[in-house]
Design a protein around this ligand. Structure first.
Ligand code: SF4
Length: 472
């Protein structure tokens, strides 16, 4: 479908619903400002979505609290990528069941990837009838309208849950209440077309659709103008940005245009699918003024047979060639990755191939997971002869190896000068906590006035996976 048909703007109708809700809240709470507790599960995309929900809730007249007991509204932004994340959200819903009796006015919202799964609405209606509103990832731009309709039915038993429609959209101009003052997320695209055999994302987030470059540039520019220093471009696979747009533009070109914006800031991006990470991308990073010398390039495993079963569409040889090319172009490049341990049928010998690959690449850190079957994905149907105990043993072996690599990489940084962003104060030592391009923490002694600036430091020591430095 052409992009202009997919763009859904947060329009006056939704702003009008916010005003109506504000009026209801005024009548109900008087001078008191009602509070929302927002809990986000899962990835950065969800963190970014929660900031949009918060932006709309703020327009409706709510404030925010970190204390669930103190809240008038509870919003769980859920994740479906692993069973663990799903269980956590359901466990927290169980907790609400207990307080709901003493707090009949509590308004409970469930949104995010979990709500897009098959049969979930029916399950929620039966097990958690106190949930007032269920809103899928494709309907965020209509949140005020859905909230208004559900809020009017707050006292009605049964039928309080709203199902949101499943249409791929590109939401634009949603109000955003960002959590930080230095770091921000900008979504450049939504959905995924890759269908890795273990992953639920294409089923719950829909097909790939990119935002128009001019909308991204405008949002990005306003962040730089507002003083944000570390801006991460988000997408399930940013490297396939641009497909379906009228204009012929790819991700490296988008980066080039953003890099031209004047100001003092860093650009990051995630996630990059290795099959689409090109020499052009590495070249743009190498020649840029603002792009962090860091790539998160999820390899998932080091066995070609398993990569094929995962439907990752690259082999280890290609992956290693890309890494070696990237390192040749960007000598101070930091690489991080995701690893899945215990994919169905992965033998110990195949797992050891992952250890070999990790040793070769020397990632600075890894996000490691034990394979978690997701209903509806091809991998969930594959025979899986190895039990959880065996997989846990393997992941511990992997973590031990990674700890050693991270430690050694940190040691090798001693004596080097690096440019870091001073982000805040380390609560225990009172030192200033800074971060390198590669997301490694550096602690330095300095005045707190430098917080929010990029500074040059000399690395004087290393402590496991972090660094000690001094201001130059
Ligand atoms: S690229 Fe693969 S792992 Fe990543 S979101 Fe798409 S299907 Fe899931």
């Amino acid at each position: 479908m052409p992009l202009d048909k997919l763009i859904c703007k947060y329009d006056m109708t939704q702003a009008g619903y916010c005003l109506k809700i504000k009026e209801i809240l005024k009548n109900k709470f008087g001078e008191k400002i009602p509070k929302v507790f927002v809990k986000t599960y899962g990835c950065q995309q969800n963190v970014s979505d929660s900031e949009k929900y918060k932006g709309m809730l703020f327009q409706m007249g709510f404030s925010f609290t970190d204390d669930q007991d103190d809240a008038d509204v509870i919003l769980f932004n859920t994740c479906a990528i692993r069973e663990n994340a799903e269980n956590k959200a359901l466990g927290n819903l169980g907790w609400i069941k207990n307080i709901e009796k003493s707090k009949p006015e509590l308004f409970v919202i469930l949104c995010g990837c979990m709500t897009e799964q098959e049969n979930i609405i029916e399950k929620i209606k039966i097990i958690y009838p106190f949930v007032n509103l269920v809103i899928g990832t494709h309907s965020a731009h209509k949140f005020p309208e859905l909230f208004y309709k559900a809020y009017q039915k707050i006292h009605e038993k049964n039928g309080r849950v709203f199902v949101s429609e499943k249409t791929d959209i590109v939401p634009e101009e949603l109000p955003i209440k960002r959590d930080g003052k230095l770091k921000a997320f900008v979504s450049v695209m939504y959905g995924c077309n890759n269908f890795c055999s273990y992953c639920i994302v294409p089923y719950v987030r829909g097909r790939e659709r990119s935002r128009r470059p001019e909308d991204i540039i405008e949002e990005f520019k306003s962040l730089v103008d507002s003083g944000y220093k570390d801006i991460t471009l988000l997408g399930q696979n940013v490297n396939s940005y641009g497909k379906g747009l009228d204009e012929n533009i790819n991700f490296p070109e988008l980066l080039r245009r953003l890099d031209k914006i004047e100001g003092d800031y860093k650009i990051r991006f995630m996630t990059s699918h290795p099959k689409d990470a090109t020499e052009e991308l590495f070249g743009v990073i190498a020649n840029s003024r603002h792009i962090a010398h860091h790539i998160h390039l999820p390899v998932q495993c080091g066995s070609d047979r398993i990569l094929k079963l995962m439907n990752r569409k690259y082999d280890t040889k290609t992956y290693l060639e890309k890494v070696s090319y990237a390192k040749s172009k960007i000598p101070d490049l930091t690489l991080t990755s995701d690893i899945i341990v215990g994919f169905p049928g992965e033998t110990y010998e195949e797992f050891k191939e992952t250890l070999e690959l990790i040793t070769k690449v020397r990632f600075s850190s890894l996000f490691t997971f034990i394979y978690s079957p997701r209903t509806g994905t091809p991998a969930a149907e594959m025979p899986d002869p190895f039990d959880k105990a065996e997989k846990t043993k393997r992941i511990l072996e992997l973590l031990k190896l990674q700890e050693e690599i991270s430690k050694n990489l940190c040691k090798e940084m001693v004596g080097k000068r690096v440019r870091v962003l001073a982000e805040g104060i380390e609560p225990k030592s009172g030192d200033i906590m800074c971060r390198t391009d590669g997301n490694i923490i550096v602690q330095i002694k300095a005045k707190k006035e430098i917080i929010g600036s990029f500074i040059d430091v000399l690395i004087t020591d290393s402590r496991n996976e972090s660094l000690i430095g001094k201001l130059i």
